[in-house]
Design a protein around this ligand. Structure first.
Ligand SMILES: Cc1cc2nc3c(=O)[nH]c(=O)nc-3n(C[C@H](O)[C@H](O)[C@H](O)COP(=O)(O)OP(=O)(O)OC[C@H]3O[C@@H](n4cnc5c(N)ncnc54)[C@H](O)[C@@H]3O)c2cc1C
Length: 382
């Protein structure tokens, strides 16, 4: 089997890497320290169509096929040192824009996609609640039927992009008796809707340039036109978005893992301990060899999941497998890099400790590693 990218795919990656190096990598340390989300950089990313990679061109998207879209995110993860901004783009694109693009009505697509693509608007996906994280089956946010619409009540937590989002894709119970499959519905809510507000903004360990908050819904009215994927179709919309999100964030991590490997090799070839460079020490060389193996395996699993997007009905297991392996390998590679850099790796100016902090979140969001194992084993019939 030969796995080679087309000339067009190579160009897409080169362009994004060139863009990221030029535009996204200045002052990342300060932005991270100050938890600063840059709307200016967001707009620049939107000009590159990173906010809308697979969306059809007639809605303002880049019109890339799913595999090329995932390659673009890999390039972003490699070129951009701003892990928080990368994550914000993934959250917006994979868990909000793509669900609207795939499950939205024509009216919703025309209304929302152009501004979500061109960077004027930012989206947030709101599923997690205080008593419903891993267990998405037990959400308590309700959407009660009223005339031609619904009234939403509930509080969502840990919503990435929450503090800056204009459009909220929120999941609520419309029929408790039916449970997750059939009982949950996805709704689009405007940030100016009466009764909606941003609650607590969290300070977090990594991904600090990406804002995260509570979102509070108090008697928020939505019309039937705001439903995405039909009444009771929320689980389908959410599962599909998670397939994209797990694959897309994994691709971003693969890009960053490549960067870590390159940095580690360069450092090991130049940093001396005693009379020889540390790369001559087997302990360092083996660590780098392990990073190389992890990177190659991570990339192949991600490409396999990417290949199945919008093509295979059996792709959920590939996305979960990639997400599980890549996030764990990303954490391991980041810690290995820190170790290779010794004291410098622990110092902020080298940028490695930030990647360690950013990486650690990857085994939690989009479903923890335990939950990916649950998904994989369930799909294996266990
Ligand atoms: C950086 C970040 C960004 C996020 N962004 C968003 C977002 O944009 N939108 C959104 O809706 N949510 C978001 N989340 C929430 C995220 O999806 C949840 O934190 C995650 O699913 C875990 O849920 P929890 O925090 O409630 O942990 P819990 O469910 O309480 O889990 C605690 C521990 O128990 C384990 N566990 C729980 N249940 C099981 C089980 N059945 N089998 C085995 N082990 C289990 C877990 O693996 C974990 O180790 C984000 C989280 C983070 C950290």
């Amino acid at each position: 089997m030969e796995l080679s990218l087309t000339a067009e795919q190579i160009l897409i990656q080169e362009n994004i890497i060139g863009f990221a190096n030029k535009e996204l990598n200045n002052n990342v340390i300060e932005r991270d320290r100050n938890q600063f989300f840059s709307s200016e950089l967001w707009k620049k990313c939107a000009e590159q169509k990173l906010t809308c990679l697979p969306v059809d061109e007639n809605f303002g998207g880049a019109g890339l096929d799913p595999f090329s879209s995932i390659l673009a995110l890999e390039a972003l993860g490699y070129g951009s040192n701003d892990g928080g901004l990368n994550f914000s783009i993934c959250a917006h694109l994979l868990a909000c824009v793509i669900p609207i693009w795939k499950y939205g009505s024509e009216a919703q697509k025309n209304k929302f996609l152009p501004d979500l693509c061109n960077g004027k608007k930012i989206a947030v996906n709101a599923m997690t609640e205080n008593e419903s994280g891993s267990d998405v089956f037990s959400i308590t946010t309700t959407a009660l039927k009223q005339d031609k619409g619904f009234i939403i009540n509930g509080t969502k937590i840990f919503c990435s992009n929450g503090p800056v989002a204009d459009v909220i894709l929120v999941y609520a119970l419309t029929d408790e008796s039916k449970g997750y499959y059939g009982g949950i519905t996805a709704f689009l809510v405007d940030k100016n809707a009466k009764g909606f507000k941003v609650g607590q903004q969290y300070e977090k360990m990594g991904l600090r340039t990406s804002g995260i908050s509570e979102l509070i819904f108090e008697n928020v009215y939505v019309s039937e036109d705001d439903i995405v994927g039909g009444v009771g179709g929320g689980a389908t919309v959410f599962n599909h978005s998670m397939e994209w999100e797990r694959t897309g964030v994994a691709a971003c991590h693969v890009g960053t893992m490549r960067k870590l490997l390159e940095k580690s090799i360069e450092y090991a070839q130049t940093r001396k301990s005693g009379n020889e460079v540390i790369g001559k020490k087997q302990a360092i060389a083996h660590r780098i060899a392990t990073m190389k193996v992890q990177l190659e395996a991570a990339r192949l699993l991600t490409y396999k999941a990417a290949f199945g997007l919008e093509r295979s009905k059996e792709n959920m297991i590939n996305a979960a497998t990639a997400k599980l392996f890549v996030s764990e390998a990303f954490v391991a590679s980041a810690i290995d890099t820190m170790q290779i850099f010794g004291g410098n790796g622990y110092m902020t100016e080298y940028g490695i400790e930030r990647i360690v902090r950013d990486a650690l979140g990857s085994t939690v969001y989009s479903g923890t590693s335990d939950i990916q194992k649950n998904i994989i084993s369930r799909l294996l019939g266990l």
